[in-house]
Design a protein around this ligand. Structure first.
Ligand SMILES: *Cc1c(COP(=O)(O)O)cnc(C)c1O
Length: 381
């Protein structure tokens, strides 16, 4: 029996082609890009080539791409960098209650420095109410940060409309696109996005590698001081192998995006329809249409989510109860509570996120496992 991995929203395996392209930069091409001899200097050019690839895919300028160590760092650097640089214009930030902890906790940090943050409650389908957003704008609002797609329930936010509203009021717009990139074609200029976060390990790239896109029009203060790398906006010796990895992973994702989505939709729709047919008393969380192709978040009434994950693990099935970042804690998901799911149903949620190595046979195996485990757990509840 081999592992059946249904937790691609938590992380993905590095694609073989990505790994191949990275390896020379651990072995012979290990030079420091700031060095003046050739094995160093040549890496400076490598970085520029990959920066260009990423800029082309996102639809921005080369000098608007900054390399970071993860999605969390991109979120921190953008929110703090924009907030502190624009404090003279105002101190109000709008975000949502269903953001990743990387955004929520950064906002809490900023509240300690005099910023006021509005946490919008989404509608019960997980989508932000645009009118509600507009109503909350005031003369001090400097930044709106709304995620592109949610990591737990997979819902996709109306990014275009939020971008338009932000432009109308002259407010900067950031989106945490960590779940979207690799699944959705994103064009930052068309969508009026001023800043965006992404993370390689969510789309078959290496862990510990992120990108922050920040429009050159946005006043932005660095939060990391040092040897002046990344135009002095994010110091630290460049992770050349990681940069190659995120560039290659994005290039692969971008060129396969249609067939990838088609495959994931097939698997997900089969999974949802089988669960509906075979297991009573369930609730599907998040909008059914506006959601990532690979995400299914279902609450199984009367089942403890933590126990369910452990039972699935015995059958070598990997899945998640809440978001991976809070899975160690017993608290019900803040996302599910925010969209009005009861405490009990929130604790009984199972997030399945499909990826490229999954197939229908594996989904059938998963369904059979659930048919066996769910009634057992319900009896012992
Ligand atoms: C995974 C994730 C992050 C954090 O990215 P890391 O690279 O793991 O730090 C941030 N936001 C969302 C929506 C995520 O899914």
């Amino acid at each position: 029996m081999s592992i059946k991995y249904f937790d691609h929203a938590a992380t993905t395996a590095v694609d073989e082609k990505v790994l191949e392209e990275m390896l020379p930069f651990f072995r012979e091409n290990y030079g420091n890009p700031s060095s003046l001899y050739s094995i160093g200097k040549s890496n400076k050019e490598i970085i520029n080539i990959y920066r260009m690839k990423i800029a082309n895919i996102l639809g921005c300028k080369v000098n608007e791409i900054y390399f970071t160590s993860c999605g969390t760092e991109s979120d921190n650097m953008i929110l703090k960098g924009i907030a502190f640089a624009n404090k003279n214009k105002g101190n109000h930030i709008i975000t949502s209650q269903i953001e990743h902890p990387a955004i929520l906790n950064t906002c809490k940090f900023l509240e300690n420095f005099g910023f006021k943050v509005t946490y919008l409650k989404p509608k019960s389908n997980g989508i932000i109410d645009i009118e509600e957003l507009e109503k909350n704008i005031n003369k001090n609002t400097i930044l709106i940060s709304i995620m592109y797609a949610n990591n737990e329930i997979g819902t996709i936010e109306p990014i275009n409309k939020i971008g338009e509203i932000a432009k109308k009021y002259g407010i900067y717009f950031h989106t945490d696109a960590v779940q979207a990139i690799g699944n959705i074609k994103v064009n930052v200029k068309q969508e009026k996005i001023d800043a965006l976060s992404m993370s390689a390990h969510k789309f078959y790239g290496p862990k510990g590698m992120g990108v922050a896109y920040i429009s050159e029009k946005v006043p932005f203060m660095r939060i990391q001081d040092g040897g002046h790398q990344e135009k002095d906006k994010r110091s630290g010796t460049e992770n050349v192998a990681g940069i190659v990895g995120i560039g290659k992973a994005l290039e692969l994702a971008d060129s396969n995006i249609e067939s990838y989505n088609k495959k994931l939709i097939q698997l997900r729709d089969f999974y949802i329809s089988e669960v509906r047919k075979k297991i009573p008393y369930i609730r599907i969380n998040g909008d059914l249409e506006k959601r990532l192709s690979g995400n299914a978040n279902i609450s199984f009434s009367g089942v403890d989510g933590g126990k369910l994950i452990k039972e699935l693990d015995k059958k070598e099935i990997c899945a998640s109860s809440g978001s991976a970042c809070s899975a160690g804690l017993l608290n019900p998901s803040h996302v599910l509570l925010s969209i009005g799911v009861s405490q009990n149903l929130a604790k009984s949620a199972l997030r399945i996120s499909f990826g490229k190595e999954n197939n229908i046979e594996e989904v059938k195996f998963l369904i059979e496992a659930l048919e066996e485990i769910i009634p057992k757990l319900r009896k012992s509840y």
